[in-house]
Design a protein around this ligand. Structure first.
Ligand SMILES: NC(=O)C1=CN([C@@H]2O[C@H](COP(=O)(O)OP(=O)(O)OC[C@H]3O[C@@H](n4cnc5c(N)ncnc54)[C@H](O)[C@@H]3O)[C@@H](O)[C@H]2O)C=CC1
Ligand SMILES: O=C(O)CCC(=O)C(=O)O
Length: 447
């Protein structure tokens, strides 16, 4: 088996040299899915996984815009249309200076499995730009978004490809992108999700990724007759996912003690309560400041510059910032401090070594493609409401989100539980996600 996996990975490496993040994501999937393929005749010999690692389409384009000083700026834009066997391409846009083809291909590949797990008919895609929104004025953000959409619009559509937000792309950016799409196409459609509530957005979509990550943790804890009540939670990030993971954790009776950004993390031993979280939301979403400013408002807390929060004592860790933010040493530190549950809010935040540590210790560990799928699932619900020209209440959407997270959890059990009762959520999520897409690909022939 090891040889079959190694041969497959060598082939993928040869074709995708210099794309470490993409290769990391493929390796994690191949190690669990190839043994399953080998044991199942319907998939064996059909090169299904080899077809799945090749994007159906990769669009790269120039984005020119004028900054506030009148200087012409040039960025690179992308859309990776990875797999549309079970539905139109669906996945976020990331604006961050580190964006390149490797990062977007890993995200698009993960998205295919994640969207399959949601139970909704959505294929996988991802896009973005190396544009850095940090320090830009609202007008610069608008001009960039308009320039970006003036090319992207010809590649997307409500039945073709429906982008959404990711790092650096929130409701402000979705608004500017939607405005340009609507003007160019002269039609009002649900082509983007994460829209504002008065122009086609779904209630709970802003909260959905963070809430879903915590609902997934709740499902995992329930297998041990446990809950979030009274637990100490460490969270990284302070953006969309982190904020709502914190909000739901607090609502369910946990104590959240950390939040972070790329400059370091804050530790608040007394707990970040609803009032303090409101301050963070204003700081990050309106003022666009640094997390270190928290200690000016709450001097009993401390700020640890340039550090990540994984050395703090906790029961539950929710990595909600970015890829590879938690390595093998961080995992050991978490375990030695008593952490018993990790639910990933970010995409691929744990390195391969970190996952190996969590598996060795047999703690509850959920990979992002399962635990953060609530965001895209609620985007799917936004698409449904747009098609119906209808709007569900907060309670209705939240109920559907909870049911979807419970269904994803069950799929992980179905494909990931071993004879000792241990649930390998990585294996479960990868195989469950694979089976649905692979069945559709086989049914549709070689296309
Ligand atoms: N927004 C969504 O609906 C979904 C987001 N995700 C994933 O969640 C993660 C966070 O995304 P959002 O909260 O939407 O983005 P965001 O732009 O709202 O926030 C990103 C956060 O990560 C922090 N961050 C970025 N790079 C960092 C670094 N190198 N070191 C430490 N912190 C860093 C930022 O300071 C910020 O707090 C990403 O991995 C994203 O792919 C996953 C599923 C859905
Ligand atoms: O809501 C969406 O379509 C995208 C969410 C996303 O980018 C993700 O799940 O990583």
């Amino acid at each position: 088996m090891k040889e079959i996996i190694a041969d497959f990975l060598d082939l993928v490496k040869e074709r995708n040299a210099h794309e470490p993040e993409f290769l990391q994501a493929v390796e994690e999937v191949a190690e669990t899915v190839i043994p399953y393929i080998v044991q199942h005749d319907i998939y064996y010999g059909k090169n299904v996984l080899l077809r799945m690692v090749e994007p159906e389409r990769l669009v790269s384009f120039r984005v020119c815009w004028v900054d506030d000083n009148g200087e012409i700026q040039v960025n690179r834009g992308y859309r990776i249309q990875m797999n549309s066997a079970i539905g139109p391409y669906k996945g976020g846009l990331r604006f961050h200076p580190t964006v390149n083809a490797s990062i977007l291909k890993f995200l698009a590949f993960e998205q295919v499995f994640k969207n399959s797990l949601t139970t909704l008919p959505m294929g996988g895609g991802k896009g973005g730009s190396d544009f850095n929104p940090k320090g830009k004025s609202d007008n610069e953000i608008m001009r960039f978004c308009h320039a970006f959409m003036s090319e992207l619009f010809r590649h997307i559509g409500p039945n073709t490809d429906i982008p959404a937000g990711d790092i650096g792309v929130g409701q402000r950016e979705i608004g500017f992108l939607f405005g340009m799409y609507r003007k160019l196409r002269n039609e009002f459609t649900g082509v983007l999700t994460g829209k504002g509530m008065t122009w086609g957005g779904s209630l709970i979509r802003p909260e959905a990724t963070g809430y879903g990550t915590v609902y997934f943790a709740e499902n995992m804890l329930r297998t041990k007759d446990d809950s979030l009540e009274g637990k100490t939670v460490v969270i990284s990030g302070s953006g969309n996912v982190a904020q709502y993971a914190a909000e739901k954790s607090i609502q369910l009776g946990a104590k959240v003690v950390t939040l972070s950004d790329s400059s370091g993390y804050i530790y608040d031993e007394e707990g970040i309560d609803a009032e303090k979280l409101k301050f963070v939301m204003h700081l990050k979403n309106e003022k666009r400041g640094r997390i270190s400013e928290y200690i000016e408002e709450y001097p009993n807390a401390k700020f640890l510059k340039g550090k990540t929060p994984w050395n703090e004592k906790c029961d539950i860790a929710l990595p909600c910032a970015t890829q590879n933010e938690l390595d093998g040493n961080d995992a050991k530190a978490l375990l030695s401090n008593g952490c018993m549950c990790v639910s990933e809010g970010a995409n691929m935040p744990s390195t391969k070594d970190a996952i190996a540590e969590f598996h060795k210790a047999k703690i509850l560990f959920a990979p992002g493609k399962a635990s953060n799928a609530g965001g895209v699932a609620t985007s799917g619900l936004e698409m449904t409401q747009n098609s119906l020209r209808y709007k569900w209440t907060r309670e209705e959407v939240d109920k559907k989100l909870k049911e979807i997270m419970a269904d994803i959890h069950q799929s992980c059990i179905d494909y990931g539980k071993d004879e000792t009762g241990y649930i390998d959520y990585v294996k479960g999520a990868n195989i469950a996600g694979f089976v649905k897409v692979a069945d559709a690909m086989l049914a549709q022939g070689v296309v």
